[in-house]
Design a protein around this ligand. Structure first.
Ligand code: NDP
Ligand code: 2IT
Length: 450
């Protein structure tokens, strides 16, 4: 096989990737970002070229695709497709969330699994990269239907996972309720109560802080970036997209640290609350989204604030932006609008929340940009701590875990500085990719060729 050295250019390397994985644009995008980031580092360290690491790291170890058959409340039988992409386990067992959303394809899970390799490496914990899920649409389904789907999904997935093999968790459409149904079926089939899934409820071996961890971690990371340039979240106006798990706990931490949150969104549109989200309003959002599974428009109706139908929040003037919904939710036009309106920092809760053009613009304008694999790694980091607690048969306190989460986010920031520092600007994309890459690549080389 030809290597990136022989082919000389990134575009040739990418052409080969796109030929091998046709039509999987999100996966191509995720790989391109990493390849561009690590190119110089690899040139300067030829042993990575000699070991052909790039070509080895972009090929998933294993992909499982399976049929999921389940019955709705009216006894109609449905078929969905389940996926698990076990991407790389060089530094630890496969680890990564499950997404239930009608838009997903194999390419979605390849992109997410690939990103997870570097993110998990950055956490400093021993976890490999994986992702999975289904094109099942949880919207409008009854609780019983969700239960039957999760059980049917686990009937197949269980044979591919294990506490030292592959440890799934939540992502879009998979929260505490789904994890309980999935884990319940796993332990029933396996007759084994181990930490094979994270994000579990507390009474079944879950960890304190896991629910909050992605959002809290993202704000801790933003705080690190701001402190580095002599700024602070206190007093800053923050725009948050999404209204699910990551958005809710991002908002909670921003408010706790003295910032002001002025938006939430979902796939129907954006609410703009100029006065700022209070604890009471946030509790309303939590109940609306987590218990009643309603639409964010209800917030606008209840608190008499504007609702922008079908719009994202990036046109709203702010100091800090927290994309917390889905991939490519922030494009070049949005980036220009944000910078024009005085935004100084973007911290991505959503995986690959910004398009390459938007990232390029943030770089060009020297706007702080916390790329997702660094900024949102707090969730999987606390998943790693949940695994550790399960192995010990012990639980740490909330304070203990919050402190560990803060320390991990600080260490991720330091790694970004180490590899992303350039004159007058920290390139967090480059820093995160090179640091994440190095640890995994060194392990791959040490194992030898297989
Ligand atoms: P949730 O399912 O709890 O919430 C998702 C939110 O994003 C909802 O408000 C949803 O709106 C919105 N959304 C989803 N898809 C789209 C879309 N195609 N267009 C517009 N809005 C959309 O998921 P999470 O909060 O867990 O995940 C949010 C993001 O954070 C994802 O990118 C996920 O990969 C990432 N992430 C999550 C982690 C976790 O621990 N949960 C960890 C690290 C990253 P609607 O209800 O209308 O669909
Ligand atoms: O994207 C992510 O990091 C997650 N969805 C969390 C993964 C995990 O295993 O906790």
């Amino acid at each position: 096989m030809t290597t990136i050295t022989e082919e000389k250019t990134i575009s040739k390397f990418m052409k080969k990737l796109t030929d091998r994985h046709p039509g999987e644009d999100e996966f191509h995008q995720a790989v391109q970002e990493v390849v561009e980031s690590v190119h110089d580092f690899i040139e300067a360290n030829p042993h990575y070229k000699e070991a052909n690491i790039l070509e080895r790291i972009i090929e998933p170890d294993r992909i499982v695709i399976f049929r999921v058959t389940w019955e709705d409340d009216d006894n109609n039988i449905h078929v969905n497709r389940g996926y698990r992409v076990q991407f790389n386990n060089a530094i630890g067992p496969y680890k990564g969330g499950l997404r239930f959303h009608p838009s997903v394809t194999l390419g979605t899970f390849k992109f997410l699994g690939f990103e997870q390799i570097f993110k998990n490496s950055l956490t400093t914990l021993p976890m490999g990269g994986a992702k999975g899920g289904s094109d099942f649409d949880p919207k409008g389904k009854s609780d019983r239907e969700i239960m039957r789907f999760c059980q049917a999904f686990m009937l197949e997935l269980h044979r591919h996972i294990g506490s030292n093999i592959d440890i799934p968790a939540g992502d879009i459409g998979v929260g505490g309720r789904e994890i309980a149904y999935l884990f319940g079926m796993y332990k029933k089939i396996q007759n084994n109560f181990t930490g094979t899934i994270t994000g579990k409820q507390l009474n079944m071996g879950g960890s304190l802080i896991r629910t909050e961890a992605t959002g809290y971690g993202c704000v801790y990371f933003a705080q690190e970036m701001l402190h580095h340039i002599g700024e602070d979240i206190r007093g800053k106006v923050c725009v948050v997209s999404g209204s699910g798990n990551v958005a809710q706990y991002t908002a909670e931490k921003v408010i706790e640290l003295g910032g002001k949150v002025i938006s939430f969104s979902d796939s129907s549109g954006t609410v703009y609350d100029e006065e700022g989200v209070t604890e009471e309003k946030l509790n309303f959002v939590k109940d609306l989204k987590n218990n009643r599974h309603g639409r964010i428009k209800e917030y606008a109706e209840k608190y008499n604030v504007p609702f922008y139908e079908g719009k994202t929040p990036w046109h709203i003037k702010c100091d800090i932006a927290f994309p917390s919904a889905t991939q490519n939710e922030l494009n070049l036009t949005d980036a220009k609008e944000l910078v024009k309106n005085g935004c100084i920092c973007i911290a991505e809760g959503s995986n690959m929340g910004s398009t390459p053009e938007a990232i390029h613009y943030f770089r060009e304008t020297k706007t702080l940009f916390g790329v997702s694999k660094a900024a949102n790694a707090g969730g999987v980091a606390v998943s790693g701590l949940e695994m550790a607690q399960n192995r010990m048969g012990y639980s740490w306190t909330r304070e203990d875990l919050d402190e560990r989460l803060k320390t991990i986010m600080k260490k991720i920031h330091q790694q970004c500085l180490e590899y992303g520092q350039s004159t007058g600007y920290v390139d967090y994309v480059k820093g995160a990719n090179v640091a994440g890459f190095k640890k995994v690549a060194d392990a791959i080389i040490a194992y030898g060729t297989h």
